[in-house]
Design a protein. Structure first.
Ligand code: ZN
Length: 248
């Protein structure tokens, strides 16, 4: 079974500064793997509140060096390495995201460019391209259980026509949908851009998840925006709340 725990569902500067929603990223758990994606401000307190154990994390993934994705990466590496007492865990990210001190705490540092892959135990992660400041990477995570499961994560990006091909045939796609329909901002996804990507996908996902919600998205009503996507694509869509879990 794969479990995704949405520790934080907020994104963008306003939501991050006001903490209208948590900005702690999400966990993906499968077998012995606990992968923490984009731990932003407040991660450790959120994990404590939600009874999630940061010492169990063995992979930290960071898509790019914006505060709401990156601020607590060093702290999560310190937890992963048992308060810095042992060299433990894997860091996955783009270019040079981690400072010298934290580099020496991980067992392995995996630097990926778009389309490059990393394999570990039952997972294979392929980095995906983004159109966004700081050139983030998203991913497609292929998890081998009794059946193969595929999770897509766009990270922060603008609409790119190739994303439809890239995220083809996923069970579930996590979109960082910062803005509501028609209120798009360059370099970010909005509801209409998500619809465009989904409409171009050949083998559609079973579930679309909206997270990394910005203030304008929260004002518009994330559930309402999710329903718009459902109506226009026929794909089940949810806008997650802090603490929400998906098991499949
Ligand atoms: Zn960003």
């Amino acid at each position: 079974m794969v479990e995704i725990v949405f520790l934080g569902t907020g994104g963008g500067r306003i939501v991050t500064c006001y903490q209208t929603r948590n900005t702690a990223g999400f966990l993906i758990k499968t077998g012995d793997i606990q992968m923490h994606c984009d731990p932003g401000p407040g991660t450790l307190n959120v994990m404590k509140e939600m009874n999630e154990n940061p010492f169990k994390t063995n992979i930290v993934f960071c898509s790019h060096e914006h505060t709401d994705h990156f601020s607590d990466v060093g702290l999560m590496i310190e937890c992963m390495s048992n308060c810095g007492t042992e060299q433990r865990g894997i860091f996955i990210g783009k270019e040079e995201l981690v400072d010298v001190y934290h580099k020496q705490l991980v067992e392995r540092e995996v630097i990926l460019k778009p389309y490059e892959e990393f394999e570990f135990e039952n997972i294979k992660l392929k980095a995906t391209p983004c159109e966004h400041d700081k050139n983030p990477i998203g991913f497609i995570l292929r998890i081998k259980e009794e059946v193969v499961k595929k999770i897509g994560y766009t990270s922060d990006t603008d609409f790119l026509p190739e994303l439809s091909d890239i995220f083809d045939n996923c069970n579930l796609i996590i979109f960082n949908c910062t803005r509501p329909y028609g209120k798009g901002l360059s370099n970010h996804l909005s509801t209409d851009k998500v619809i465009n990507i989904l409409n171009g996908i050949n083998i559609k996902p079973e579930l679309v998840v909206l997270t990394h919600l910005g203030q304008k998205m929260l004002d518009a009503g994330p559930r309402f925006e999710a329903r718009k996507i459902e109506r226009e694509t026929g794909i089940r869509t949810i806008a997650v709340k802090d603490g929400e879990r998906i098991k499949f």
